[in-house]
Design a protein around this ligand. Sequence first.
Ligand SMILES: C[S@@+](CC[C@H](N)C(=O)[O-])C[C@H]1O[C@@H](n2cnc3c(N)ncnc32)[C@H](O)[C@@H]1O
Length: 411
Amino acid sequence: MDDVQAFYERYPYPGPLDSLDDYRRLWADPQRRRADHHLFQPALPYREDPSILIAGCGTSQAAKHAVRWPAARVTGIDFSATSVRCTEELKHRHRLDNLQLHQLPVERVGELGMQFDQIVCTGVLHHLVDPVAGLQALRSVLKPDGVMHLMVYAPYGRTGIYLLQDFCRRIGVPATEAGISDLMIAMKSLPPGHPLEHLLRQAPDFKHAAAVADALLNPQDRAYSVPQLFEFLAQGGLRFGRWLNQAPYSPRCGVMAKLPQAGRIARLAAPDQFAAIELFRGTMVTHSVVACRDDHPHGALPFDLAAHSDTAWRDWVPIRLPDTICVQERLPPGATAVLINRTHTYRDLVMPIDAAEKRLFDRVDGVRTLGEIAQDVPPRMAHDFFDRLSCWDQVVFDKSRPSPGLVRRTH
Ligand SMILES: C[S@@+](CC[C@H](N)C(=O)[O-])C[C@H]1O[C@@H](n2cnc3c(N)ncnc32)[C@H](O)[C@@H]1O
């Protein structure tokens, strides 16, 4: 058994859950599921029965996906028997007949003899001895038009974590209950301005022993800067589709658009923009990315509206992302409202909109097409506004024909 496996046998992550009832209630909303589908697959019609692999599923992630998508076939793998056992318990408690579990290393996923529409692998690959081999193994079980959701650590925001990992290694802090609880006491005495401070403030998870052990006592992890991540994807035979949240990486959003250097950044190719923004923001702790195979049948995943200046976009249906809110108090000058995505951690990511834009935004109901929404405004204005909404993580687009099962609202 290698060190990482032994670690996760003892300290499964995240801390085990007793119930998924709240999670089930959250995902009972059909618009949440539709938005999720089109975030990953803008061009494929909505479906509720994909095959999904959760690779390195930990204690609850595979069970959550089985709850989220009751008609899907969900497979969870993890090399930690403890994690698989915790997930089995959730499976039995919630009668998740659509969930299969295997104690299996990511590197040997091919032994399942299966292919998947979607692969989710978050917080795992950066712990592997050979992450590229792990990514290639996952790619080998992804269907040609499938998608992957990957999350890996990012280096600059984790500086404080790497300092404390080194501190623990140098003085020999043991990965035991006592070692972890002493570490939690010590963290309360970190001096102001310590590079870990922003994480302690942002991540409530750090109050839990499982998270502290996972971050500070993990025997093996590495982090990927944006250029390293792009290289990693290419080595794995994958192509970048989009960031799960794109606004933090965009030169058009928040503080980045107001910099004296904004024009300079805007002239760069997209991967260079992302790399520059990661350096400027300086506190990103993870990168969450949607990727597809480099031989995807359509060449690439069609995410951007900006790339479509013809009229095809008028048939697309915008769907609001579920964690967004529209605020009409304490507004900046000239704004009728500001749009906020509550999953953003950067405070500057607040999108002001004017009265004409708000009228368009209010018409987004997940059913009407962009053409129907924008029939009384100049096409260019509608195109650019919805492009901005997508860039700010306010909407995703259904670029397939509307699903026959959806009842069209009369208006
Ligand atoms: C930080 S946890 C993340 C769990 C889950 N993906 C989530 O986001 O909640 C990492 C998980 O990956 C598993 N893991 C690490 N390396 C693995 C490998 N080579 N094969 C299978 N599982 C692995 C660990 O056992 C652990 O359960």
